[in-house]
Ligand binder design. Sequence first.
Ligand code: GAR
Length: 210
Amino acid sequence: PLRLAVLASGRGSNLQAIADAIAAGDLAAELVGVFSDKPGAFALERARRLGVHALAVRPRDFASRPAHDEHLFSQIDAVCPDVIVCAGYMRLLSEPVVTARQGRIINIHPSLLPAFKGLHTHQQALDAGAGVHGASVHYVTPELDGGPVVTQVRVPVEPGDDAERLAQRVLAQEHPLLLATLRLLATGRVQLAGSAHGSRVELDGQPLSA
Ligand code: GAR
């Protein structure tokens, strides 16, 4: 089974979806650790309830962002994950930790990338008058929310939507999207190919267009 480490800063509903799918026999994976920048993150509590290794590494205990990231990722490496899933991890990752693990870190982002990178994506979509919104799973590269997209789900914007309502409908689609993506990665047929600059996703060695 695919060894998964999850990075999460908050609620952890995507983490829970992974755990539930594994428990139900719907995902051939093992959760080998949950990591956070926030000691109070509910994701860590979920991990403890699941009996999964849970660890917070606080940024303020380190002199710099790279120093925090290096320590955090040394702890992640210690559980030997095949794939590191950022699921609501709300901190930017510094270049060296990402480059050293290129092709092994994925992130779920609540927009149809490349549209609406960064924070407050649902409000961004509403402000832009988007008719269709959604979520993406992409490989993490040093560019914020800029790595190659593996999978996406589209969610129509409905009349009367506010950011919260839209976020809820997108979140409901994020869980199956993330599970489908992890099943795809578990086949070993999908890979990040190319260099840090010209990277792309390949399926069976052929470029995949999202
Ligand atoms: C999810 O909507 C995820 O896409 C988003 O945070 C939420 C976490 O929910 N991630 C980002 O915005 C990353 N920039 P969860 O903690 O319940 O899984």
